[in-house]
Design a protein around this ligand. Structure first.
Ligand SMILES: NC(=O)c1ccc[n+]([C@@H]2O[C@H](COP(=O)([O-])OP(=O)(O)OC[C@H]3O[C@@H](n4cnc5c(N)ncnc54)[C@H](OP(=O)(O)O)[C@@H]3O)[C@@H](O)[C@H]2O)c1
Length: 347
């Protein structure tokens, strides 16, 4: 049987183009002892994948030329050489962008999925999967917003940002979203319950716009973007009021503004961190496994009750996957970007 994959053809130097990727064919791999063969049903398309297209090591090793891309996928076991993983079970885990893959208990982020009645499987790589977990961890473990506080989220209409902002709203915060288009801004305020949304592309002075939308000052900034957005936001954070130990918090989730750039983007306003006594903290979702059970339970509850609105944009077919990643990295997508493979319908 043939196993098709999406592989890296050349390393992009800017926004990735579909020519940077190719389709490849190989044999379906054989599971060894303790392993299981899965067929992928949904591929999660994520901004962090862009960092692995560069030669340098980011937070996990780069993808080699000719190797398949990798991301959290939703798959189904088709053959198992492991007594605890049965044929037909649904899994999520870091897997190659191939029709079939061999996984094991050592696979990064591996988890069994038992979808609730009526919940689409694809949610388990989005709002109920790595994107939702990231939002939850960043809000709870790092941002820690209290009811009545103001939370600003960048890339707020994206997979992580749209969930982070809604969790803050559910926690009783005022929520302001930063986005790159008027359509995205409308989605935030009309569908997701954000209090305000700012289209940074049409805003000459981002800090002024954020200050106007945050009359009490900004307590938490959940940052997916870095670069000039983070720079401007440092000047908007609430200064520490003595003798309280409470400080404004910046939860650094990602720096997507720099992922297509050859050099890191400079941050000039670091003095504000001193003067305002801001706490800045980066985090990686998989380093908080102790929060994942609680996160899944709360996120599922909010989806069930309708408090958490899930946004997805779905492409169909493995041959569309590279294009979906390119669109994500050009800022064209809203919500979780997912590729449904042909077998998704049958599963
Ligand atoms: N720390 C962790 O453990 C962890 C885990 C997962 C993801 N992340 C991070 O979370 C962030 C969001 O990832 P995601 O997968 O959910 O992506 P996403 O938000 O669905 O899509 C990326 C969005 O980033 C925005 N963006 C801002 N500047 C951009 C630029 N120069 N080029 C392209 N896009 C730009 C665009 O929105 P606008 O049009 O609104 O600008 C775009 O839609 C990323 O920084 C990612 O690295 C972190």
């Amino acid at each position: 049987m043939v196993n098709r994959s999406v592989v890296l053809r050349s390393r992009p130097t800017d926004v990735p183009q579909v020519e940077d990727f190719a389709m490849a064919e190989g044999e379906v791999p054989e599971p060894g002892p303790g392993q299981f063969l899965v067929r992928n049903l949904y591929l999660g398309v994520e901004a962090g994948m862009r960092t692995r297209l560069n030669e340098e090591v980011s937070y996990i090793p780069p993808i080699g030329i000719g190797e398949p891309l990798e991301s959290p996928t939703l798959s189904q076991v088709v053959r198992s050489e492991h007594p605890d993983f049965k044929e037909g079970e649904h899994l999520v885990g870091m897997a190659p962008w191939s029709e079939y893959a061999v996984l094991s208990e050592q696979t990064m982020l591996l988890e069994r999925v038992q979808p609730e009645e009526g919940t689409p499987l694809s949610y388990y790589i989005g709002a109920l999967g790595s994107s939702g977990m990231t939002a939850y961890v960043g809000i709870h473990a790092v941002g820690d917003p209290q009811p009545g506080e103001t939370v600003v989220v960048s890339a707020a209409a994206g997979a992580v940002g749209s969930v982070a902002g809604q969790i803050a709203r559910i926690r009783g915060c005022r929520v302001v979203g930063l986005v790159g288009s008027a359509d995205k801004a409308a989605v935030l305020t009309e569908r997701l319950g954000f209090d305000a949304a700012i289209n940074y592309r049409e805003t000459p002075d981002l800090a002024q716009a954020v200050n106007e939308a945050s009359p009490d000052g900004v307590d938490v900034f959940f940052d997916n973007v870095g670069g000039p957005t983070l720079d401007a936001m440092l000047t908007c954070m609430k200064p520490r009021v003595m003798p309280s130990d409470r400080r404004a918090r910046v939860a650094c989730c990602g720096m997507v503004a720099g992922y297509n750039e050859a050099q890191p983007l400079p941050i000039l306003n670091m003095w504000e961190v001193v003067a305002r006594q801001i706490r800045i903290e980066g985090f990686l979702v998989w380093t908080y496994p102790e929060l994942h059970g609680q996160a899944r339970e709360e996120l599922e509850g909010w989806v069930r009750s309708g408090e958490l609105v899930v946004l997805e944009n779905v492409s169909r077919g493995l041959e569309e996957a590279a294009g979906a990643l390119c669109r994500l990295m050009s800022g064209a997508t809203t919500g979780k970007t997912v590729v449904a493979l042909d077998d998704a319908k049958a599963a």
